[in-house]
Design a protein around this ligand. Structure first.
Ligand code: NOJ
Ligand code: MG
Length: 411
């Protein structure tokens, strides 16, 4: 029924050594193992940071050579490069921020490095250029007005976007938000939802429409704060601010960024709803894994199993989306949850859309209104029935659990 999504993965995930702040790497796998694993798992694309491929101070000759080698390497495995991103967080020069640093020399470095990456994204034929502002913020010292920091951040990104537009590059620019880490206070005080309003403020010209978008990382970057990815996703889709890809992985809520394998630590129900919402809204995009095997996985086989698991997990969600949409009990529950509106309510909505006649429409609605007591007597049990049935679908227990719905109006 739905067209399944294609997959991509961050090249940095394929070579991640499993270090954490308390211990060094536990594996040392060449990228070839990961690329081979992608082919076996059915992942078609891979993405890179500039710094994954060359040192920040590399000469343009060396960079050119590495770009060509990377394109060739990826091609050898039948894959292609999907996204490019500039690393504005690892080099110690960015310890005070990048585009938003209080020091102008640092802001200059960020623009120089990012615009160099804009050229390379074009050279590599990438679909999107990601900006993740890992160091944009403060470590609690409040060294500058946070609003000014945000303004500087957006000015820096705008310089890059305008640079790309003037050069005729047609890829999209996406901003990846994260609530904190590595900076302890991130500049965007929230998630993709708050960033999208900043983008609209700083990119008002219609020439930017659809060009500057949000790429969320679900559930990691949202669940870190205990927030819910499905709620944010709804907002980004409704606002037309979702990039043509999402980052995906696993996360234990309210922890530092875990980047666990999909499903690990997260809510299966929320993951299902992410997948379901994207399909229901006919979103045209790609699932890019931005996660890695757990630190105890040390072998090539383990890396390949992780890649297969990641793909299988998403495909399982897609299969459940199909079951959900063909389930007769869900259909009845949904019908109750999506009842047609009265003519009076429709009139209010269209007056709001038109921008006039709202008073008249509300007066007519008030006249036809029964009573608060009558409304309080409507049956809203379908809400809980919905989640119970969804849990049955996700756990494949529709048959064993048939007694739950037997004799109800939904069976
Ligand atoms: C590392 C971040 O952890 C990840 O979420 C992000 O997608 C990439 N860098 C891109 O910059
Ligand atoms: Mg990410």
């Amino acid at each position: 029924m739905f067209k399944p999504y294609d997959f991509s993965i961050g090249g940095w995930c394929l070579v991640s050594g499993g270090s954490d702040p308390f211990g060094g790497p536990t594996r040392n796998l060449p990228i070839e193992v990961g690329l081979e694993g992608c082919v076996e798992a059915g992942i078609k694309y891979v993405s890179f940071h500039d710094r994954d491929l060359w040192d920040d101070d590399a000469s343009s000759k060396d960079i050119d050579q590495k770009v060509n080698e990377t394109i060739e390497l990826v091609k050898k495995y039948g894959l292609s490069v999907y996204n490019f991103t500039t690393n504005l967080f690892s080099n110690s020069c960015f310890r005070s921020g990048a585009f938003s640093s209080p020091f102008p020399q640092v802001r200059e470095s960020a623009i120089v490095k990012a615009c160099r990456s804009m050229d390379i994204a074009n050279q590599m034929g990438c679909k999107n250029m990601i900006f993740w502002g890992g160091r944009e913020g403060s470590d609690g010292a409040y060294e500058q007005d946070m609003g000014l920091g945000l303004k500087r951040y957006m000015e820096g990104i705008k310089a890059c976007v305008d640079y790309a537009i003037e050069k005729g590059y047609d890829y999209k620019v996406t901003i990846e938000t994260k609530v904190y880490e590595p900076r302890l206070l991130a500049l965007f005080a929230g998630t993709g939802a708050s960033a999208s309003s900043a983008i609209r403020k700083f990119f008002p010209d219609p020439k930017y429409n659809g060009r500057v978008l949000i790429n969320p990382e679900y559930p990691q970057h949202v669940a870190m704060l205990g927030l819910d990815p499905v709620v944010e996703l709804g907002q980004l889709l409704e606002e037309g601010m979702l990039a043509p890809f999402i980052h995906f992985g696993g996360q234990i809520p309210a922890r530092m960024d875990c980047d666990l394998p999909p499903g690990v630590g997260s809510s299966l129900v929320a993951d299902f709803m992410i997948c379901n919402t994207l399909h229901e809204r006919n979103w045209d995009g790609i699932i890019e894994f931005d996660c890695r095997p757990i630190r105890t996985t040390t072998t090539a086989e383990g890396m390949k199993t992780f890649l297969k698991h990641s793909v299988m997990y998403w495909k399982m969600l897609e299969k459940k989306v199909e079951i959900y949409h063909s389930d007769p009990i869900i259909a009845k529950i949904k019908a109750e949850l999506n009842q047609p509106q009265s003519d009076e309510l429709n009139a209010v909505v269209s007056a709001v859309q038109k921008g006039s006649g709202v008073v008249k429409a509300v007066q007519a609605l008030t006249k036809s209104f029964s009573s608060f007591e009558a409304v309080s007597n409507i049956n809203t049990d379908a809400i809980e029935a919905h989640i119970y049935r969804l849990i049955q679908i996700l756990t494949g227990t529709q048959e064993e659990g048939a007694f739950l719905f037997k004799g109800t109006r939904w069976a």
